[in-house]
Design a protein around this ligand. Sequence first.
Ligand code: PRP
Length: 218
Amino acid sequence: MPALPALPPNAARLPTTPQLHALLTIIRDKNTPRSDFIFYSDRIIRLLVEEGLNHLPVLERTVMTPTGCPYTGVAFEGRICGVSILRAGEAMESGLRECCRSVRIGKILIQRDEETAKPKLFYAKLPEDIEHRWVLLLDPMLATGGSAIQAIQVLLDHGVKAERILFLNMIASPEGLDAIWNACPQVRVVSAWVDARLSAQNCIIPGLGDYGDRYYSG
Ligand code: PRP
């Protein structure tokens, strides 16, 4: 198991279990066919969403069980929505829907310039009451952090409170985590795995290549 880099205070990662390590090994393999890439990355997304939900606040709630006993448990404090950063983030929507039935999902289209790695915003369509919701921001890859920071700014511009944004990603670079911590420290980040570094071309190393290409066009 590789050594784990230290994380900024607003970041968390999934427990580094053998299962997670094996799933990631499959999707990192350049010889993995598209159908397996989709199946195994969907497995990781499900684990990530389940862990992400643990970071949302809950309130005490008492229910009555069929045995006639009151049971004091908890319920989520507020309503949530998902927002995917297109294209690759769309791949995480079904994993969120599996855990949160009928969840509202908005979309932000941001594309990274392949030469400069700078993000460009093309489109945003968000739930009209998003300022009252907790937002699960979805994008599998966090490289320089430029796309995520721009998407976070779109959410802030729509009235979402920074502390209500939870950014879920599968593979993060230490540089991307630092960039989000420096730009918006109140936004929390949950990653399935944190890789070693960025390359000179701003690609995650070792990474898995272009997630959108591998998920959508093999
Ligand atoms: C990739 C990836 C992230 C972004 C990460 O998307 O899905 O959105 O780059 O890089 P950054 O942290 O340096 O901004 P890309 O722009 O290639 O578009 P795609 O989703 O269509 O593949």
